[in-house]
Design a protein around this ligand. Sequence first.
Ligand code: AMP
Length: 223
Amino acid sequence: MTAIILLGPPGAGKGTQARLLVEARGMVQLSTGDMLREAQASGTEMGKRVADVMARGELVTDEIVIGLIREKLSAGLEGGVIFDGFPRTLAQADALGALLAEMGLRLDTVIEMRVNDDALVARITARSTCGGCGEVYNDITKPIPADGQCAICGATTFNRRADDNEDSLRQRLMEYYKKTSPLIGYYYAKGQLQAVDGLGEIDVVAEAISSILDQAKSDPLSP
Ligand code: AMP
C-alpha cells in the first residue's frame, strides 16, 4: 500500500492535489480538516468543541486528530492513502509513524508543497467549494462556471469556509510556521522528504507529484 503525506501551509493546494490523486490512482484522501468540518456539520459533541478553535485558525488537540486518523486507518485502504493536513505537529508525526508500524506499513514519501505567503492570501480569500462534491473553485484562477453549476457534479450551492478570511488565515499561517514547518526537517532527516513548486498550474503540480509517486519505492513488507 502507498502512504503519502502532502505537507504545506494553508492554501498550498494539498486538498486539490489529493482529490486528483483519488481520481487518478484510486487512493483514499484522509483530510483531518474535512473530518473536523463534517463533525461540526453533523453537530457531534466533538464538532461543537472544536468549532471556535477552527474558526480562530488555531490547531485542535493532537488527541482529537490522532483519534480520527486511527479510526480511518482501521478501514480498508487498499488503493493507498494520502494524508492531507495531517500530521501538523511533531507529536502527530510520531503517532502516525507508530500507527503505520502497527499495521506493518511505512510512509512512502512526504511531499512538501512550496508556495509563498502572498500567493496563499490571494488563493484563500478567493476560494470556494462546491456544496455537492467539494470541488475547489477560485474567483480568479478557476471561477465557478457561468451557468452557476459545478463542472463536476452540477450542484448549484457553493460554500466559503468560515476560516478563509484574513484574520484566521494569519493565525493559520502562524500555527503552520510554529508547529507544522518543523516537520520538514523531521522528514528530511528520515530521508522521506521531496518538494514540489506549489505555485505552478494545477496540472503541472499534479505531474510533478505523480512522477515522485512513480519513483517512490514501496516497502517490501507492505501488502
Ligand atoms: P484544513 O482544512 O486542513 O485547512 O484544516 C482546517 C482547520 O482544522 C485547521 O485550521 C485546524 O483548526 C483544524 N485541523 C485540521 N487538521 C488538523 C491537525 N492535523 N491538527 C490540528 N488541527 C487540525
